[in-house]
Design a protein. Structure first.
Length: 220
């Protein structure tokens, strides 16, 4: 589904680029293989004749679409869309996700933690011993997205005479995005219109002026 949306995104950007963003006198068009032209191939319209007001120049915009689970996934999608490798960049970012709610027995001396863990296991209670990090030697009794679910489990464990507490479990995720040159737009309004069409299909859709946006030449 997202591959189809990505194809439509590129097609829509191309339509904006060809129909609205370029000067009618310009010779620039979308390449025959469906890819958007590179910077070197873009041409602005000729200046207006003497006595007329020339149209304001269009600006080059770059697009970033995500998120993908792997770099290979980004390249597979780009290849399926006919994008040559030199025409896009893969961005790797660490994203902070919503924390989970953690029901656990707080850390204690290792011997005591291991003994308690064995006792809990014999009682058939789902649990695991934390062996690293700031919560080393804590006993985890469950991770939950819902605070209400976590509180329900916490109350159950306390009724079982387990000295459990509720904590926050922070988490991050490595994600990947596809970055490419979208073409020329006259203003931000055109770019925002294309963005809005695809917000429901991708977690990330950004179309911005290319200054400060990763391009293949700037990527390591």
């Amino acid at each position: 589904m997202k591959w189809l949306a990505m194809s439509l995104l590129l097609a829509n950007v191309a339509l904006w680029y060809y129909g609205n963003a370029l000067d009618p006198q310009s010779g620039s068009v979308v390449q025959g293989d469906g890819r958007l032209p590179r910077v070197a191939t873009l041409k602005t319209g000729e200046e207006g004749s003497a006595g007329s007001n020339p149209a304001p120049p269009s600006s080059l915009y770059c697009a970033r679409v995500g998120w993908f689970e792997s770099e290979a996934g980004v390249r597979e999608v780009a290849a399926s869309l006919g994008m040559a490798q030199e025409n896009y960049a893969v961005e790797r970012l660490e994203r902070e996700l919503e924390p989970l709610h953690w029901v656990l027995i707080p850390p204690q001396p290792e011997d005591q933690a291991r003994k308690m863990f064995r006792d809990i296991q014999r009682r058939g209670i789902d649990s695991y011993l934390v062996t690293e990090g700031e919560s080393r030697n804590a006993i985890s009794l469950g991770l939950f997205e819902s605070r209400e679910a976590a509180i329900s489990v916490l109350e159950e464990k306390n009724r079982q005479n387990l000295n459990a507490v509720l904590a926050i479990f922070p988490r991050n995720q490595i994600s990947y995005a596809l970055s490419f040159e979208a073409g020329l737009f006259k203003d931000e309004e055109q770019a925002r219109a294309v963005e809005a069409d695809y917000r429901e299909d991708f977690d990330l859709v950004e179309i911005r002026r290319c200054e400060g946006v990763a391009t293949p030449e700037k990527s390591p």
